[in-house]
Design a protein around this ligand. Structure first.
Ligand code: MRU
Length: 367
């Protein structure tokens, strides 16, 4: 996608051929700053501190981190140690483990002197795969949005945009390009469809600001709302569809995503509004059956809740305390939406029901 007219991916190889460049997402959307990551420790720090974030993107960046580790020491012991170290940086999104496993499988049978090159080639293939996958998610999601537009027309509401509500940021900056939940929206906008997006702020880290920034840069009409506004908007007939991304989808179609997603799904169910989840194959975890019991939910620092970060009146990006000094805070970063609340899944292979049967029909080789 583009920043000020220049096309970018959200991770790319630096001129030295072994470092990578990313955008520091702790500064976005207030400042667009590139960061160079040259070793696995810098990569681990970037993922932990959320300088890079979003399930597919942390997978791609983690893959490059493992390639960097192999440049220094190509032994199988180091491969396994560094894969485990990188995998521990964030626990909920399965894409990280998926990408690290893919690197391990790609290099294991090479002689030591070939392993780093093989790892870089595989990391680059992971990035290309993500871009193509997300482009296809956009195509399948666009069909869904067209169906909604056609239904509105049949009801004599063609003057109204298709109104999508999204939570967190599942746009191009959370992936290598295009995004997952936002990919259909970009394609709809590019195809000339009248679309409007309600963007949840997504406290505590305000990833909705990233979504608003992305949509604004692409010219997509949108409105930024507090996390608590969604139910009200749905009750008043102002939302046609909810589309979110996800960090892990289980065998039976349970969906882990940013904290607050579950409440949106409940409100959508109560108001008979379709609730769709967009995911690439790398987000599917067929080893987990019961999302609520088995998906590890990341607990982040209480400081993210007691303070909020933004552009300070005096300039620069910083935090302002919002809770009393004496208050404790808890910060579960994700929740699980049970499959029964999910209308369907949008994947690169098409749409399916959020169920074992639905997923098996699209991914028979994963069953
Ligand atoms: O904590 P984050 O910002 O990494 O969480 C991101 C989300 O929850 C996204 O919605 C999800 O990763 C899907 S990204 C395509």
């Amino acid at each position: 996608m583009k920043i000020n007219g220049t096309p970018y991916r959200s991770v790319w190889l630096d001129a030295d051929g072994h470092s990578i460049r990313i955008f520091d997402q702790t500064k976005l959307p207030w400042a667009v700053e590139e960061l160079v990551l040259s070793d696995e420790e810098a990569v681990a720090h970037a993922i932990r501190s959320m300088q890079v974030r979003g399930a597919p993107l942390i997978g791609a960046v983690g893959a490059y981190g493992l390639a960097m580790a192999l440049r220094r020491d190509p032994s199988i012991e180091n491969l396994e140690r560094m894969a485990a170290m990188l995998n521990e940086t964030r626990p909920t999104a399965v894409n990280l483990k998926w990408a690290l496993d893919r690197i391990c499988a790609a290099v294991r049978n090479h002689p030591p002197e070939r392993r780093a090159d093989a790892a870089y080639a595989e990391a680059s293939a992971i990035c290309d795969d993500d871009v193509e996958t997300n482009r296809k998610i956009g195509e399948h999601g666009l069909e869904l949005l067209k169906e909604i537009a056609a239904r509105k027309k049949a009801e004599g509401r063609e003057g109204e945009p298709v109104r999508v509500l999204t939570h967190c940021n599942a746009g191009w900056i959370a992936t290598v390009d295009y995004g997952t939940a936002l990919s259909p929206i970009y394609q709809a906008h590019d195809a000339g469809m009248d679309v409007h997006v309600w963007v949840d702020e997504t406290r505590p880290r305000n990833q909705g600001a990233l979504t608003a920034w992305e949509l604004g840069s692409h010219g997509v009409p949108h409105t930024f709302v507090t996390d608590n506004a969604g139910g009200h908007l749905m009750q008043h007939g102002l939302v046609d569809i909810v589309i979110v991304g996800t960090d892990r989808v289980t065998r039976n179609g349970d969906v882990a995503n940013k904290i607050g997603t579950y409440l949106k799904a409940l409100a959508a169910k109560d108001n008979d509004i379709p609730f769709w989840v967009a995911l690439p194959h790398s987000t599917l975890d067929m080893s987990v059956r019961d999302g609520l019991a088995e998906i590890p939910i990341e607990e982040r620092s209480a400081a993210e809740v007691t303070a909020t970060t933004g552009l300070l009146p005096e300039g620069g990006v910083g935090a302002i305390r919002v809770a009393p000094e004496s208050s404790r805070a808890a910060n579960p970063a994700f929740d699980v939406t049970p499959a029964r609340l999910v209308t369907g899944l949008i994947t690169e292979r098409g749409r399916c029901e959020a169920s074992e049967e639905g997923l098996a029909a699209l991914y028979p080789e994963r069953v």
